[in-house]
Ligand binder design. Structure first.
Ligand code: OXD
Ligand code: MN
Length: 593
């Protein structure tokens, strides 16, 4: 390896002195390298090769049983001043963070290889993109990063002799949850993650760089890193209206990004283009509008519930070259999860590596799941049948609409459009999702999750809201901002809206509003569709459902706005006055009805 980037070389050397790997391997991203790493991982059981006839190029991995999801309570923003991390993040002073992690990283790679992965988030060489270098002792991480980002030689070339990069250090160490830390040092452009092997904690290009560090960089540099899918809605006239949408976890972001138009709308000529399912980086371009790229090149999607009905495009995407994590391994070396296509297998090895058969219960009489509820697939976006032809475009796609959404049994109507950007920021800042009895927590319990960024904003959220307001002012043609709710129920708890592909009917109204061709009614919370402006042909919606879906309950909204006020209090002086103003304006509008 010929080093031209001395700072990079010195950093790798320093980290190796701390972690003490037996050897250091620079990742070039080639096919030969992939084959060599897979072979090595098969030999140690870090990976299991799946049935190559039925699932060519696909492999399987199990994480430790205590390491199956992001660990938010062990995730910190380490800034010199606590106020810069804000009231919604865990905080440590950088010195303390480094010292705590150092104690765990020390000698952690003894007997192991340290892989050096140069990676680009966003198309290599695009002015929208950022470069990172991840050091890791996990082949699983290398192979995932290979799918989720662009890695190796082309990235080093762009980095040249002195290019800026995010320093990302990861070690599995001993996978002890008591010795696990996910630390972000935005002031040093550095991430240290230790003691985990779970994707969200260790694929450092994803949540850590592309959201937490990137949101901070965006704040400094005047752009936005958001927890949003990006999709194109191609209208019958050939216009593609691009939409970015933020939803908290478990609200169907991946499904929406790959939506299949229902028959009626497909016949009309609608098509969907998938740009991304999780992260959007957005900048104001020379036309004064907001343009977005998906910094990732793959999906790290939740497997359970994915089938040919809920998401046929995901099923097609994961047919080959996919890494499956924590699903059921069947005797024929194929995989299964709760809610997968096909019959429930009669036996297999569960996500914890134990023999499994249907109906098996644990010591508390609870049915043992074959796959972990957060089991995942990692698959290349280019394998998705609806992958956008704009994916490699250096400036991405022009965004016409931003959608916020959550899971609300009541209160929020099916869709509404904010009055303007500032009002839209208020809508996003007060976003929430409700838990239902069938899920976790107490029914009706509301978790506020502004812009779906609560776990991912790398700085003070009060400043983040101010940044959103500033971005709006800097745009000549800001996107319109909408709110949707697919989850409204009737008094018996039945969903009023069918969801999935039928959501395109709402997207059609949104796209038409962007092109000023759809009717709307002015309400105290924004514009809602007139009943005839939503195309429901072919949809057997029970009588009365549409009225209920679009109704606005004054009393419920008054309670809701009390909660907004309460939620805002924690931000103290950092809360922009514009948001208080929007709340007060909305209260006044309700008084008039
Ligand atoms: C998430 C994810 O946790 O995308 O939001 O994995
Ligand atoms: Mn996500």
């Amino acid at each position: 390896m010929k080093f031209t980037h001395m700072k990079l070389h010195e950093w790798v050397k320093k980290m190796a002195e701390m972690c003490r790997p037996d050897r250091i391997v620079w990742i070039d991203g080639s096919e030969e390298e992939k084959a060599r790493l897979e072979k090595e991982a098969f030999a140690t059981d870090e990976l299991i090769q799946l049935n190559q006839k039925k699932m060519p190029g696909s492999v399987f991995h199990r994480t430790a049983a205590n390491d199956v999801a992001r660990t938010e309570h062990l995730t910190y923003i380490c800034t010199s001043h606590k106020a810069d991390a804000g009231p919604t993040n865990n905080w440590l002073p950088p010195k303390t963070g480094y010292a705590k992690a150092k104690a765990i990283f020390k000698n952690a790679m003894k007997g192991r290889t340290m892989y050096v992965i140069p990676f680009s988030m966003g198309p290599v060489g695009s002015p929208f993109s950022k470069i990172g270098v991840e050091l890791t002792d996990s082949i699983y991480v290398v192979l995932n990063m290979r799918i989720m980002t662009t890695i190796g030689a082309p990235v080093l070339k762009i980095l040249g002799g002195d290019g800026e990069f995010t320093k990302c250090l990861h070690s599995k160490a001993d996978l002890d949850i008591n010795r696990r830390l996910i630390l972000h040092f935005p002031e040093d452009n550095t991430i240290w993650s230790v003691g985990s092997g779970y994707g969200g904690n260790v694929l450092l290009g994803k949540k850590c760089l592309s959201l937490r560090i990137a949101s901070y960089l965006g704040y400094q540099e005047g752009w936005m890193a958001e927890h949003m899918l990006i999709m194109g809605v191609e209208k019958p006239n050939g216009h593609v209206v691009y939409i970015a949408a933020a939803f908290p976890s478990a609200c169907g972001k991946t499904n929406l990004a790959m939506l299949v138009p229902p028959k009626g709308l497909a016949k009309k000529g609608y098509k969907i283009w998938t740009v991304g399912d999780d992260i959007a980086w957005m900048r104001i371009d020379t036309d004064g509008g907001l343009w977005a790229i998906n910094p990732e090149t793959g999906f790290f999607g939740v497997a359970p519930g994915t089938n040919s009905k809920t998401n046929p495009n995901a099923v097609a995407t994961i047919k080959s070259n996919t890494i499956f994590t924590n699903v059921l391994l069947k005797p024929d070396k194929t995989v299964w999860w709760e809610g997968a296509d096909g019959p429930v297998p009669s036996r297999g090895i569960d996500w914890r590596g134990r023999p499994w058969k249907p109906g098996l219960t644990d010591e508390n009489g609870e049915v043992i799941k074959a796959a972990h509820p957060n089991s995942r697939f990692t698959a290349p976006i280019m394998q998705c049948p609806t992958a956008s032809f704009r994916l490699k475009h250096h400036h991405g796609v022009p965004i016409s609409a931003i959608i916020f959404g959550g899971r609300r049994a009541h209160v929020a109507p099916l869709v509404y459009e904010s009055f303007n950007w500032q009002h839209g920021v208020y809508v996003g800042a007060t976003m929430a999702s409700e838990r239902t009895a069938a899920q976790y927590g107490a029914e009706g319990e509301v978790r506020r999750d502004p812009m779906a960024m609560l776990p991912f904003c790398g700085y003070n959220m009060g400043d983040y809201f101010r940044h959103w307001l500033r971005m709006g002012k800097n745009m000549q043609t800001p996107p319109k901002i909408f709110n949707v709710n697919w989850f409204r129920t009737d008094s018996e708890g039945r969903f009023l809206w069918p969801g999935y592909g039928e959501n395109l009917r709402v997207l059609e109204w949104i796209a038409d509003r962007c092109e000023k061709t759809a009717e709307a009614i002015k309400t105290p919370i924004g514009y809602t569709p007139t009943p005839r402006s939503l195309d429901l042909t072919g949809l057997k919606l029970p009588a009365g459902n549409l009225d209920k879906l679009l109704s606005i309950d004054k009393e419920a909204w008054e309670k809701e706005m009390d909660q907004h006020e309460e939620f805002f209090k924690q931000f103290g002086k950092t809360l922009p006055t514009e948001l208080k103003q929007e709340l007060s304006n909305q209260r006044s509008r309700f008084k008039k009805v």
